[in-house]
Ligand binder design. Structure first.
Ligand code: NAD
Ligand code: ZN
Length: 245
């Protein structure tokens, strides 16, 4: 199975990568669903919605501060480095990610489509135009306020009930429809509309290489090669950076 995947990656002329929270697990970021998932402890509706942010900005911002602190010092693992290597080798390799942790960029990748936004910046909830880098020291006072108009700041991630960034999502679907290979890593393929992206690729005849230790919503099919292993272990192998695990 691995050797078939290696061949497919080598031959592919229009490859695309699609990642989810599991891609960052080995860097120390927790996933939302599954064993050890954050949503087992916290309610998404309260902590990740505009109404929750307006109703209780203190609780919501303390949660983001906790997530930011959890991400401090986190570095991209060997699987990230393997993708960076592959992107440089191929010359063109768009990376569509559901992650908000910024690790693809930190690993030196370009053409990263963050369809759920980024936790690394924040902006004014009143949309006055103020935006800032989001670092722990910017969160001495909770909730952080806009220095220009006094409104609460919001993290620049897509919250529940908000539409996905239109340009990014439409380019992602276009890439899915035009690719010949999609490498799908560390996603439960449960969060819509993002989950539609690998299905769009499959519908147009692309092959999928899936890397996930557990089974997901992707179908059993000749066009889906499922490698049930961890991203950091298997990606260096798939791109030819490592001989064996
Ligand atoms: P998910 O939590 O629903 O699923 C994670 C998947 O990763 C699971 O199927 C799990 O089996 C798999 N996984 C765990 N460890 C892995 C490993 N080492 N290698 C490969 N796969 C592994 O994640 P999702 O599908 O991305 O959906 C969750 C939503 O939550 C996303 O929209 C994302 O925006 C957000 N989120 C982001 C982060 C982050 O930025 N790091 C973390 C948690 C959640
Ligand atoms: Zn403002």
């Amino acid at each position: 199975m691995i050797s078939r995947a290696v061949e497919l990656i080598k031959k592919s002329t229009e490859p695309v990568v699609f990642t989810g929270a599991g891609m960052s697990r080995e860097s120390g970021m927790r996933t939302f669903r599954g064993e050890d998932g954050l949503w087992n402890e916290y309610s998404p509706e309260q902590l990740s919605s505009i109404s929750g942010l307006r109703a209780d900005p203190e609780i919501v911002w303390n949660w983001y501060k906790m997530r930011l602190m959890a991400g401090e010092g986190v570095v991209p693992h060997a699987g990230y480095r393997a993708l960076t290597y592959l992107q440089r080798k191929k010359g063109k390799l768009p990376v569509i990610t559901q992650n908000v942790d910024g690790l693809h960029r930190l690993a030196g990748q370009t053409d990263v489509l963050e369809i759920h936004g980024s936790m690394r910046t924040a902006s004014c909830l009143n949309k006055c135009g103020y935006a800032t880098e989001l670092a722990i020291d910017a969160l001495k006072n909770i909730p952080p306020l806009c220095p220009d108009c006094g409104a609460i700041l919001r993290p620049d991630i897509v919250l529940f009930g908000e539409p996905l960034p239109h340009e990014i999502i439409s380019r992602s679907y276009r890439l899915a429809e035009e690719c010949d290979l999609m490498v799908v890593i560390g996603t439960s393929v449960q969060v819509w509309p993002a989950a539609g992206i690998p299905f769009a690729a499959l519908d147009r005849g692309a092959v999928i290489i899936e890397i996930n230790p557990v089974q997901t919503e992707l179908p059993h099919s000749d066009n889906v090669i499922s490698i049930r292993r961890k991203a950091g272990e298997v990606l260096p192998l798939l791109v030819g950076l490592k001989e064996k695990i």
